[in-house]
Ligand binder design. Structure first.
Ligand SMILES: *[C@@H]1O[C@H](CO)[C@@H](O)[C@H](O)[C@H]1NC(C)=O
Ligand SMILES: *[C@@H]1O[C@H](CO)[C@@H](O)[C@H](O)[C@H]1NC(C)=O
Ligand SMILES: *[C@@H]1O[C@H](CO)[C@@H](O)[C@H](O)[C@H]1NC(C)=O
Ligand SMILES: *[C@@H]1O[C@H](CO)[C@@H](O)[C@H](O)[C@H]1NC(C)=O
Length: 551
C-alpha cells in the first residue's frame, strides 16, 4: 500500500480574540440579538470563524477570476465539536481562534485617548501596541526566519454614546518583522453571520442601527447589512495590509468593501435606505474586488503557497539592479514577476512580466517614460520590482539608477550597480585599468567583524585601494596564466557591508572575508556583456556602502 501525504506547505493566518485582563468577554449587541444569538465568547468565536471563511472563499474566488486558480490562504486548524452549519453538530477541523488576555484592563483598552476614531485622541496608535505585545508574547519565541500572520479582533470595543466614539477599536494593519498583523474592533460583530445559513440574511438585513445601543461605523453602517459589509470588509482590508498590500486605486485596499455584500448575494431587493430598487443581477463588475496588484502579491505570497509549487520558490531572492545608461537590468534568481511605477508615492502604472521567466530583465528608460503621464516625466520616478520568488527591490530614483555613470581615470564612462548598505562614510573607489598592459595579480581583503577594504595589486607592483586597511588582511591570488580575472562579488550587507567573497571568471570563489552571518546575501555580477572595472562605495570605520563599476 502506498500512502501519499501532502504536507501543508504554507504559513497560516492566525485568528486572535483579544480581551482586557478583566474583560467579561462580551461584545456590543442589541437586546433582541443577545436573546437569539448571545454576545459571549462562543458566539464571537463562531462569527469570527465564519468571517474568516468568507475572507478565504472570497479571496479564492477572486484569484480564480484572475486566472490563478482557487489559490488562497489557510488557517491554523483545531478539532472542535462545531461546524459552520447549524444543521449538524459533527466535530470537524475548524480554524483555531486563540483567545488572548492583554495585561491591560478593559478601562485602559476603552480609554478615549487611544480610540482611533476620536479626533481629539492623543495616543490613537496605542491599541496596535497593546495588541502587538500580547500577540508577540503568545507566539514567542521570535525568529527571524518565520513571520506570523495574525488577525486580531478586539472584543472589548464599546460604542460610547456620550462621546459618539467607538472605544477599543482601531483599524490598522501591517508589520515588518516577526508579527504581521491586522486589528479591528467588535462593534459590528452582532451583524456578522455565525453559520453559513446566516450569510445571505446578514448581507441583506435592512434593520436600522439604533445608535443609542450600537455604533454606526464611519457613518456608513446605518443598517445591519451595511455594518456587516464594513465590519467584515474593513477587517479584511487590514488583513490585506498584514499580507503586505498597500492602499490601491480601487477594491478592498481602499473602501470599496462597502459593497462586499454583492459577492455573496445574486440579486438585491428594494433598498429602504436609498429608496431604490436593487440590482436585478449582481454581475462581477458590480462587485468589490481585490486589485490586480493585490492578486499578484497573493500569487507569490508564502501564505498562498500551494502544494504543487516548487518547494523553494518562496525563499525570497535578492534582485540586483544594474544601470546601463538607457536602461536598468534587473537580475533575479527566480525572475521578475511585475513592475510598479510610482511618482511621489502615487501609483502611475504597472506591468506584468510573469508568466514569462525573466531572470535578467531590461527596463528601458523610454519604456518607463511611455507608461507615465507626460506632465509627470520630469519628476522622480520610483520603481518597485517584485520577483516570482517573493523578492522585492525598490529603485527610489529610476532615471538616476539607469543613467548614473562614473568617469574612469582614462576618461571612459563606467556604469554602476545599485549600492548595498546605507552609506554615510566618505567616498572611495578602486579601479582596474582598462586598455593598459597592467594585469590584476592579487586581490587583498581587509576585514574583521565587517568589511574594511579591498585592494587590487597589479603585476607592476602598483595597487588601488578601496576602503581602509583595518582588520586582518587576506590575499586571494588569481591564476593570471590562465587569464583568470575578477567576475564579481557575493556580498553580505544590511545597514553596512558585513563581508564578501570574490568570484572569478574561471568560476572560483574565494573564502569569505568579514562576518559571514551578518546582513543578507547579494550577488553582484555585472549583466551579460559587461565586465567589472572597479568597486565603489563609502567607508567610515568600515565599508558602509558598496557597488561594482562595469563597462
Ligand atoms: C449591496 O451594496 C450595494 C452598494 O453599497 C447597495 O446599493 C445594495 O443595496 C446592497 N444590497 C443589499 C441587498 O443590501
Ligand atoms: C507629493 O504629494 C504630497 C501629498 O499628496 C504633496 O503635498 C506634495 O506637494 C507632492 N510633491 C510633489 C513634488 O509633487
Ligand atoms: C555578525 O553578524 C551577526 C548578525 O548581524 C551578529 O549577531 C554578530 O554579532 C556579528 N559578529 C561579529 C563578530 O560582529
Ligand atoms: C543573466 O546575467 C548573468 C550575469 O549577470 C549571466 O550569468 C546569466 O547567464 C544571464 N542569464 C540570462 C538568461 O541571460
Amino acid at each position: 500500500m502506498t500512502i501519499h501525504m501532502m504536507p501543508l506547505a504554507a504559513p497560516p493566518l492566525h485568528l486572535v480574540i483579544l480581551l482586557g485582563s478583566d474583560s467579561p468577554a462580551t461584545f456590543d449587541c442589541p437586546a433582541d440579538k443577545i436573546k437569539t444569538q448571545g454576545n459571549g465568547l462562543d458566539t464571537a468565536t463562531r462569527k469570527f470563524r465564519m468571517a474568516a471563511y468568507l475572507w478565504q472563499a472570497y479571496t479564492a474566488e477572486e484569484m480564480a477570476k484572475n486566472k490563478f486558480g482557487r489559490r488562497t490562504f489557510r488557517f491554523e486548524e483545531t478539532w472542535a465539536a462545531e461546524s459552520i452549519s447549524h444543521r449538524d453538530k459533527i466535530p470537524r477541523m475548524v480554524p483555531k481562534v486563540h483567545v488572548l488576555r492583554s495585561e491591560r484592563t478593559v478601562a485602559e483598552i476603552r480609554d478615549l485617548d487611544i480610540a482611533q476614531q476620536n479626533p481629539n485622541g492623543k495616543r490613537t496608535g496605542e491599541l496596535w501596541d497593546i495588541a502587538y505585545q500580547t500577540v508577540e508574547k503568545h507566539f514567542a519565541p521570535k525568529t527571524i526566519y518565520e513571520k506570523k500572520y495574525v488577525a486580531v479582533l478586539i472584543l472589548d470595543s464599546k460604542w460610547d454614546t456620550s462621546s459618539n466614539v467607538i472605544t477599543g477599536h482601531a483599524a490598522l494593519g501591517g508589520g515588518s518583522g516577526f508579527i504581521q498583523m491586522g486589528i479591528f474592533g467588535s462593534h459590528s460583530l452582532h451583524t456578522w453571520p455565525a453559520f453559513i445559513e446566516d450569510v445571505i440574511p446578514s448581507f441583506t438585513d435592512c434593520t436600522r442601527i439604533d445608535t443609542r445601543i450600537v455604533a454606526n461605523d464611519a457613518g456608513q453602517s446605518g443598517s445591519y447589512w451595511e455594518a456587516c459589509c464594513i465590519g467584515i470588509g474593513a477587517f479584511l482590508h487590514e488583513v490585506g495590509h498584514a499580507f503586505g498590500c498597500p492602499h490601491q486605486p480601487d477594491g478592498i485596499m481602499v473602501r470599496d468593501y462597502i459593497k462586499l455584500n454583492r459577492s455573496f448575494v445574486m440579486r438585491e431587493s428594494y433598498s429602504t435606505r436609498t429608496k431604490a430598487p436593487g440590482l436585478r443581477l449582481c454581475m462581477p463588475q458590480d462587485e468589490c474586488h481585490w486589485h490586480r496588484l493585490d492578486i499578484l502579491r497573493f500569487r507569490f505570497h508564502p501564505c498562498f503557497k500551494s502544494t504543487s509549487d516548487p518547494p523553494f520558490l518562496f525563499e525570497s531572492d535578492k534582485p540586483q539592479v544594474y544601470g546601463v545608461g538607457v536602461a536598468a537590468i534587473i537580475v533575479s534568481s527566480t525572475g521578475v514577476a511585475w513592475v510598479e511605477i510610482y511618482i511621489n508615492e502615487t501609483l502611475q502604472n504597472y506591468y506584468e512580466v510573469f508568466p514569462k521567466v525573466e531572470r535578467n530583465l531590461t527596463i528601458s528608460v523610454s519604456e518607463v517614460l511611455s507608461k507615465i503621464h507626460p506632465a509627470e516625466k520630469s519628476k522622480k520616478i520610483k520603481l518597485s520590482i517584485f520577483t516570482i520568488g517573493n523578492g522585492k527591490v525598490d529603485i527610489e530614483d529610476f532615471m538616476e539608477t539607469a543613467q548614473s555613470s562614473f568617469k574612469l581615470p582614462g576618461g571612459e564612462k563606467a556604469y554602476q550597480g545599485m549600492k548595498l548598505g546605507l552609506g554615510g562614510g566618505s567616498r572611495s573607489e578602486a579601479i582596474l585599468p582598462i586598455g593598459s598592459n597592467k594585469v590584476l595579480n592579487v586581490i587583498r581583503a581587509y576585514s574583521g567583524s565587517a568589511l574594511n577594504g579591498i585592494e587590487f595589486i597589479f603585476d607592476d607592483g602598483s595597487s588601488s585601494l578601496f576602503g581602509n586597511r583595518g582588520g586582518s588582511c587576506s590575499e586571494f591570488p588569481l591564476d593570471t596564466r590562465r587569464g583568470e580575472t575578477l567576475l564579481g562579488f557575493s556580498v553580505r550587507s544590511g545597514f553596512w557591508v558585513d563581508g564578501c567573497d570574490i568570484l572569478t571568471t574561471l568560476g572560483r570563489r574565494s573564502p569569505f572575508f568579514g562576518n559571514s552571518s551578518g546582513g543578507s546575501l547579494h550577488t553582484m555580477i555585472p549583466p551579460r556583456g559587461y565586465r567589472v572595472v572597479g568597486v565603489s562605495g563609502t567607508v567610515g570605520q568600515w565599508v558602509d556602502s558598496f557597488t561594482i563599476l562595469y563597462v
